[in-house]
Design a protein around this ligand. Structure first.
Ligand code: CA
Ligand code: CA
Length: 232
């Protein structure tokens, strides 16, 4: 006999007396228990180490192995001539796993200073010209412009990789991968390095003839690095 008094206890009794509903409820409860206990176990036990790693930053020492590739070009400029020189960065060989850190350029005239020669050093100016080359154009360590009139080579420098100076450094990071991540970007140092030279010859003695040109040698040195990390 089915009771139908509206009493909550009776309603439950009616519900549970239906064997199909009973089986359905039992299966649902069992499934929920399995799901919750697995999730709980997984979170508390399996993922404990992972959660621990994510919640605590570790200290890492980042060190750099460096290598370099050079290219040389010699040009003869006439008095008061200005000339643009270009170097395609794709022509420098970058070993597997390395990135370009910075570029050095040395500009040297052929003349040497000397009282005996009676010569006067020519004035040479050299600039690395800002263009689309992917570099740290506003880095304070850059030296993009140089001038000399005492037969001393001019040295220019352009920083390519953000914050690279070759020095070891300590970083806080959740894991090794994250610690290395700042040093594996392949986008830097792409494009054309543009150099402008300007010559103003000087000759102060009538005995050695008029100096109206200068042979200038340009050495481009591309410094590359490969970073590695170790836990401290
Ligand atoms: Ca001269
Ligand atoms: Ca000269």
């Amino acid at each position: 006999m089915t009771k139908d008094s509206g009493n909550i206890r009776d309603v439950l009794t009616n519900l549970y007396s239906n064997s199909t509903a009973n089986r359905y409820i039992a299966a649902t409860v069992l499934a929920l228990v399995v799901v919750f206990s697995y999730t709980g176990y997984d979170t508390l036990v399996y993922r404990h180490d992972v959660i621990q790693n994510f919640s605590e930053d570790n200290e890492w020492l980042v060190t750099f192995e460096t290598t370099s590739d050079t290219m040389q070009q010699t040009v003869v400029l006439q008095d008061e001539e200005t000339r643009d020189l270009t170097f395609d960065m794709a022509d420098f060989s970058v070993p597997e796993g390395y990135r370009i850190g910075y570029i050095e350029a040395q500009i040297a005239g052929e003349e040497t200073a000397g009282v005996l020669s009676g010569n006067q050093c020519d004035s040479i100016a050299g600039d690395i010209v800002r263009n689309e080359l992917t570099a740290q154009w506003d880095d304070p360590s850059n030296n993009l412009s140089g001038q000399d009139s005492s037969c001393i080579p001019i040295t220019l420098q352009l920083s390519i990789y953000p914050e690279f100076d070759g020095e070891d450094r300590t970083v806080s990071s959740i894991n090794e991968f994250q610690a290395l991540m700042g040093w594996t970007d392949d986008g830097w140092g792409k494009g054309i390095l543009l150099l402008t030279l300007e010559l103003d010859t000087n000759s102060n003695t009538p005995f050695v003839g008029v100096d109206d040109d200068e042979e200038i040698t340009i050495d481009i040195n591309v410094v590359m690095f490969r970073a590695s990390v170790e836990a401290i």
